[in-house]
Write a protein that binds this ligand. Structure first.
Ligand code: FES
Length: 125
């Protein structure tokens, strides 16, 4: 199980080496998420239209290793964007991946950019 988590590493904007073209902006629900695949990884991508921002993180929830975060509800915690796992409602910051209502592992987050109505996710390889 830990091996799954090892494949997901938070990527900072300055460390991006590959911008993966994920899909059109229209393929993502407004104020919701969808899952895309990149090199065996499942990445949850969120169109947080209320904030005018996009976020990406690992799709696997570190609580029970379920691939579900893309189906989670997004919202905010004192102004900070978050996603709630649809299974047991653990919440994670979409900015830095921190678990906001417990002490389980943080999730990995990835930079997102939009160009010509296409969504790109940043990876180190
Ligand atoms: S599997 Fe996500 S909160 Fe339990």
């Amino acid at each position: 199980m830990e091996a799954i988590l090892d494949t997901y590493k938070t990527t900072k904007l300055e460390d991006v080496k590959v911008w993966f073209k994920a899909a059109s902006v229209n393929d993502f629900p407004i104020d919701g998420g969808a899952c895309v695949k990149y090199k065996g990884k499942q990445i949850a991508v969120f169109n947080f239209e209320r904030l005018g921002k996009w976020y990406a993180c690992q799709n696997v929830c570190p609580h029970k290793m379920e691939m579900v975060l893309s189906r989670g509800m997004i919202g905010d915690d004192k102004g900070a964007p978050k996603v709630a796992c649809p299974l047991h409602k653990k919440t994670f910051s979409l900015e830095n991946g921190e678990n906001l209502n417990g002490d389980i592992d943080a999730i990995a987050t990835y930079p997102v950019k939009i160009e010509d109505d296409l969504v790109y996710i940043g990876f180190t390889e």
